[in-house]
Design a protein. Structure first.
Length: 201
């Protein structure tokens, strides 16, 4: 008998007031600009995704799925770690015929080149640092060759993902019409170094 694929969806959802007076349900994350991503990150890594693997784990007495992503470091902006691999661990993933979708989490694929803004979130069984991505999907940029030469760093939001901002009085309001950030890779690296107080080589 063929196993039927089952998919669970974990949605950190909020009702957001839309401009037309209605409401939208989605994973809502506070909007971060490029410089804010760079400033809030413990590590900023340019590299290639070496592996993506999911497994069952127990958290707070319940079984769930988490995914481990290993990024082979090509360049580290901040020089805070000599580790050749940056390990990211995030909720969600697919094990056998069961998938857990956490809306708003970045998606990674083996072999892709990425620029990632990381926050240290703990350590693994061997004592190596593990990381989460700053701003969820906002903190992952895929690096692609540009027609005519050079490379672009392109932010990837995915679906079911909404950005919000807070007024001075703390009221949360949706950010309308904001396109994913796209910039020349060299410019992106120079911006990160400037924000983090490094001298551009």
């Amino acid at each position: 008998m063929t196993a039927t694929r089952r998919t669970m969806t974990l949605v950190a959802s909020l009702a957001v007031l839309a401009a037309a007076g209605g409401s939208v349900r989605a994973t809502v994350v506070m909007a971060l600009g490029f410089d804010e991503l760079a400033a809030q990150a413990d590590r900023v890594v340019l590299g290639s995704v070496h592996s993506v693997s999911a497994r069952w784990v127990e958290r707070d007495g319940e079984k769930t799925i988490e995914t481990t992503i290993d990024v082979a470091v090509e360049d580290e902006l901040g020089n805070v770690s000599a580790e050749p691999v940056a390990r990211i661990v995030q909720p969600g993933g697919e094990v056998g015929d069961v998938g857990l979708v956490v809306t708003g989490m970045p998606e990674f694929h083996a072999g892709e080149r990425v620029l990632v803004f990381l926050r240290v979130s703990g350590a693994d069984e061997q004592g190596r640092a593990v990381h989460s991505v700053v701003g969820m999907a906002q903190g992952k940029f895929i690096v692609l060759p540009r027609l005519g030469g050079g490379f672009d760093a392109i932010q990837q939001f995915g679906t079911g993902f909404a950005l919000a901002d807070a007024d001075d009085d703390g009221t949360i309001r949706p950010v309308e019409g904001r396109a994913p950030i796209r910039m020349d890779l060299g410019e992106a690296l120079a911006r990160v170094r400037a924000v983090r107080g490094e001298v551009t080589p």
